[in-house]
Design a protein around this ligand. Structure first.
Ligand code: FES
Length: 580
């Protein structure tokens, strides 16, 4: 697409605060000067916010203050004024009930901080799973020039000569313990080897997926996604991004110029090629809703259906993000998609150029890590969207992380009414379940959990694991960690807590899953389904107060991104009135 740069110089929005000699202008400048800023920094140059999700409670982002300094170097160098500010940091490892409950809160924080403050553009410092979509969503709602710098992944984990992938190894080892294949002492020893440097998860989990999505959408400089957190080139990336945002402000290159339908199509196809997380589905749907692009679940299925998964990273494959970077990183994937006619090469990026211009010099340095198409992990990557009487609004599954033998399966439902019911029953040796059963978990969707927790990849019962079985069909309205794997049907919509058909599945019902046919069917008559739905009563109450009440009242279904109804669409960057 063609982008017309704005005239420069011109009066920027920050000058509404700093430009002039009124009492209010003096008020605004004077307070800023207590930080030791010279007067000429308020002369009309771009004021660049550095939106930082640094937090010691979000360990994946605990190194972002160092990166913020590098961004500042770049902003100053390019003639801007950098101003770092914190926002609520939804950290995946610790937040309860789930970090997803706070994605929208973080996005609101970003939106309001940008609109209410004297900034002309923003660098978004993100890393952990929810921080990237939250910052993008908030920035999209304001539509000031914005660019992402990711914190970068941790170095590879190693345990006794084997790669240890964040999350993926944890799920695997905990199943091995239940199956009697690993001792608890070894498990504890492995703990330290999983996270051996600053950074985000080193698998192609949600954090790496969302960093890749930011780059594929054109919202980060080329190569941003894969550079390890501790590699000096991560600092260079931050420095260059600081330089670039100043020009973006001068050109008035905004998210709405970049986040077009073509950009979302590129991101969806890229997700298929990298074997990315199912969480990208809800995040991109929510982001599209903010920027006014009409994206649907069906776009995910249609666009990703024929995309081979070529990135050989856990959880779908063998390697970790460090190796992905050494092989050339995301630009190699984008180039392969472009050459295959699967990328909109004209889509504009934060560099102010079509994405195809950034891919001319790209080379693949390791064809086992980034496979040629004929050696793809699977020819059918992407996210499959299933529909049927059990999921009228859709459910998703990641075929590349599932078992081929279970892609078409009919089994007897073993129902867990909620996550506590699952925990209470799953280790019970008398539970009537075998490997042909289908595990059904209810009340774990956006309203149900609340927050739509990553519990969809329910661990298998020990008596099945002891037979050497490692996968069963699981169905829920929950999400799944991007680091997890298995034949796991997720995001079933409408969710059980609002009376979706999932709510009325009973033990012993037969369920049919047909991934090639995109079907999810509860094998009871229409009349019986109607009867059960009519008799259904909500099991989840609306919280009385606080953020939990706001969340429960306004969160939308997973099929549209689990955003708040009142946050859809943008609210722009108009300068609020002054109060002084
Ligand atoms: Fe934070 Fe994975 S838990 S990046």
């Amino acid at each position: 697409m063609t982008f017309k740069k704005a005239e420069w110089p011109r009066r920027l929005r920050s000058q509404e605060w700093y430009g002039g000699d009124s009492r209010d202008n003096i008020y605004h400048r004077s307070w800023m000067k207590n930080q030791g800023l010279p007067a000429d920094l308020f002369d009309g140059r771009p004021v660049v916010g550095i939106c930082n999700t640094w937090s010691e409670l979000t360990p994946c982002n605990a190194h972002l203050r160092d990166l913020a300094q590098r961004v500042k170097h770049g902003v100053y160098e390019a003639g801007g004024l950098p101003v770092e500010f914190p926002v609520f940091s939804p950290g995946e490892p610790s937040l309860r009930p789930t970090a997803m409950m706070y994605r929208n809160l973080c996005s609101m924080d970003v939106e309001e901080a940008l609109r209410a403050n004297p900034v002309d553009g923003v660098v978004l410092l993100a890393g952990c799973d929810k921080t990237t979509p939250a910052l993008l969503m908030g920035a999209a709602s304001v539509d000031l020039p914005a660019i992402v710098v990711s914190g970068g992944p941790m170095l590879n984990g190693w345990f006794r000569g084997e790669r240890v992938g964040s999350g993926t190894a944890l799920w695997q080892m905990s199943e091995d313990i239940k199956a009697g294949k690993m001792s608890r002492a070894d498990f504890l020893e492995a703990e330290a080897s999983m996270s051996r440097s600053p950074g985000s998860c080193n698998t192609m989990g949600t954090a790496s997926t969302m960093a890749s999505m930011a780059e594929a959408l054109g919202m980060a400089l080329s190569g941003n996604a894969a550079i390890p957190a501790v590699d000096s080139r991560r600092r260079v990336m931050a420095h260059l991004t600081g330089r670039r945002i100043v020009d973006m402000v001068k050109d008035d290159l905004k998210p709405s110029d970049i986040l077009t339908r073509e950009a979302f199509e590129n991101a969806i196809r890229t997700n298929g090629a990298i074997g990315g997380s199912t969480n990208a589905v809800v995040h991109l749907l929510a982001l599209a809703g903010r920027i006014g692009v009409d994206l649907t679940l069906d776009d995910w299925d249609r666009l990703g259906r024929d995309i081979p998964t070529i990135v050989n990273l856990m959880p779908s494959g063998k390697y970790l993000m460090e190796e992905f970077f050494y092989a050339g990183g995301l630009p190699v994937v984008l180039k392969m998609l472009l050459d295959a006619g699967k990328l909109n090469g004209d889509a504009l990026t934060v560099a102010g150029k079509p994405v195809s211009d950034e891919l001319t010099e790209v080379r693949n340095w390791n064809e086992d890590v980034i496979r040629p198409v004929e050696k793809a992990l699977t020819q059918q990557g992407g996210i499959a969207v299933l529909r049927g009487n059990l999921a009228p609004n859709g459910a998703v599954i990641k075929p590349s992380a599932a078992s081929e033998r279970l892609m078409k399966h009919r089994g007897r439902a073993v129902v867990f009414e909620d996550i506590d019911d699952y925990k209470a029953k799953i280790n019970d040796e008398t539970l009537d379940i075998d490997e042909t059963s289908i595990m059904v978990l209810k009340n774990c969707g956006p309203k149900g959990y609340p927050g739509m927790a990553e519990v969809g990849n329910m661990g298998l019962p020990p008596k099945v694991l002891r037979k050497g079985i490692t996968d069963m069909v699981r169905i829920s309205d929950a999400r799944m960690s991007g680091t997890a794997y298995g034949t796991v049907v997720l995001h079933t919509s409408p969710e059980a807590a609002v009376g979706g058909p999932l709510a009325v599945v009973r033990d012993g019902d037969m369920i049919e899953i047909d991934v090639p046919g995109r079907r999810l069917h509860l094998d009871i008559s229409g009349a019986e389904l109607e009867r059960r739905l009519a008799a259904w009563a909500p099991a989840v109450e609306t919280p009385e107060s606080g953020y939990a009440r706001l969340f429960h009242t306004h969160v939308q279904g997973a099929d549209t991104g689990a955003d708040f109804d009142f946050l859809k669409g943008g609210r722009g960057k108009a300068v609020p009135r002054d109060s002084h």
